[in-house]
Design a protein around this ligand. Structure first.
Ligand code: KG4
Ligand code: ZN
Length: 355
């Protein structure tokens, strides 16, 4: 079964054709970094406009690269929540137009759940090896842990009370005078041969003794004060970041990365210990799952607890439409699909919370 997936929730316009939910026949992602870079973050109105300009070309390219035609498709899946509403509407409208004109089922897919499908793409991990799982979504917009009884049945165990970890990476990069998005740059600097990840002691947020929530704003502020000094009366900083040498930037990036990773792994370990039933696997997704140190330390955690680790290939960590098509296939297989009344929504689809 061939499904066309469409994704436009934030600043990536993406389309993909996926066979049987797993085998990626094509995955086209048009990023908008160059549009948003000068603003230091995603500007919603500019994102919507760029999606509208690109969506037709991106879908056409995904179909061509898959070596199929529109007539070969069996369904259209679209990420319809959560995200920027104007951005989502572009993908949802395109998906509805295709589903209607081709007379195909339309499947709405939750973007956060789709990130947890990304590790199953181009992999032969069976669902009964992976579920139930402890799921971790770490991205620019989300940082949360879930007990996943199936790819769609999630119970939230904890989430960030302030910044998402990717957002903290991006803000840390801005503090260090690096470009946007900053996660990949900090990761690259932190891996440089002489990088000292103990150059400064930044705080690891633990919150309450048993808390499964995350907090990254204190880490970001500690880095800001380290770079620019503690602000005096009127909020004026002692200095700018202009005096940072390349070596100091590298060491601060490495110190930040050590603590960000530690904060995540610490809560994952707490969650494993708090779960009534031991999970079979740890499933991770989202842009920050591309991070070299977090991948390594989660690997060590999985080994320590005898769990399978399901990590996306690098190309499926950040936003893409293959994960949308993949989870769309699963939903369809469960007999679930939507119709042309499908709505875009800024919030995640309903979820249970608590252990
Ligand atoms: O999943 P994604 O594409 O978008 C959201 O759904 O938010 O994630 C984008 C985020 C950005 O914050 C980016 O800086 C971060 O993922 N990111 C990384 C790395 N690659 C991307 N963060 C840390 N290390 C990386 N290697
Ligand atoms: Zn995402």
């Amino acid at each position: 079964m061939l499904i066309l997936g469409i994704e436009s929730s934030c600043d990536e316009t993406a389309a993909a054709v996926v066979e049987d939910g797993r085998r990626v026949r094509s995955s086209v992602v048009a990023g908008q970094q160059e549009i948003h870079e000068e603003y230091g973050g995603v500007v919603p109105e500019l994102a919507s406009r760029a999606h509208a300009e690109r969506i037709t070309g991106v879908v056409t390219s995904a179909i061509e690269k898959a070596g199929c035609g529109l007539d070969d498709l069996d369904a259209i899946a679209v990420g319809h929540r959560p995200g920027l509403i104007g951005a989502l509407l572009v993908g949802v409208s395109a998906a509805k137009a295709l589903a209607w004109s081709l007379d195909l089922p339309l499947v709405g897919v939750d973007h956060v759940r789709a990130h947890l499908w990304a590790g199953l793409l181009d992999s032969d991990v069976q669902l009964d090896e992976a579920f139930s799982a402890l799921g971790l979504v770490i991205s620019g917009g989300h940082t949360a842990m879930f007990r996943c009884d199936s790819p769609t049945k999630l119970t939230k165990l904890g989430g960030t009370i302030d910044d998402a970890v990717g957002e903290a990476y991006d803000k840390a990069a801005a503090i260090l005078g690096l470009g946007h998005p900053g996660g990949p740059t900090i990761d690259r600097l932190a891996q440089e041969i002489d990088a000292n990840d103990r150059a400064v002691e930044l705080p690891v947020s633990r919150l309450g003794k048993e808390s499964l929530d995350f907090s990254f704003s204190g880490l970001k502020t500690a880095l800001l004060y380290e770079v620019r000094g503690v602000p005096g009366p009127g909020g004026v900083f002692e200095r700018t970041n202009a005096a940072l040498t390349p070596e100091r930037k590298r060491d601060l990036a490495a110190s930040f990365q050590r603590v960000a990773s530690k904060a995540i792994v610490l809560k994952m370990e707490r969650a494993i210990e708090a779960m009534d039933e031991k999970p079979r696997a740890i499933i991770v997704g989202g842009g920050v799952s591309a991070n070299s140190r977090i991948r390594r330390e989660l690997g060590e955690l999985a080994v320590k607890h005898g769990l399978k680790l399901v990590l996306p290939e690098m190309r499926y960590c950040v936003d893409n439409a293959a994960m949308i098509a993949g989870l769309g296939h699963h939903r369809l297989g469960q007999g679930e699909h939507d119709d042309l009344t499908l709505r875009a929504s800024p919030s995640m689809s309903p979820i249970k919370s608590g252990g």
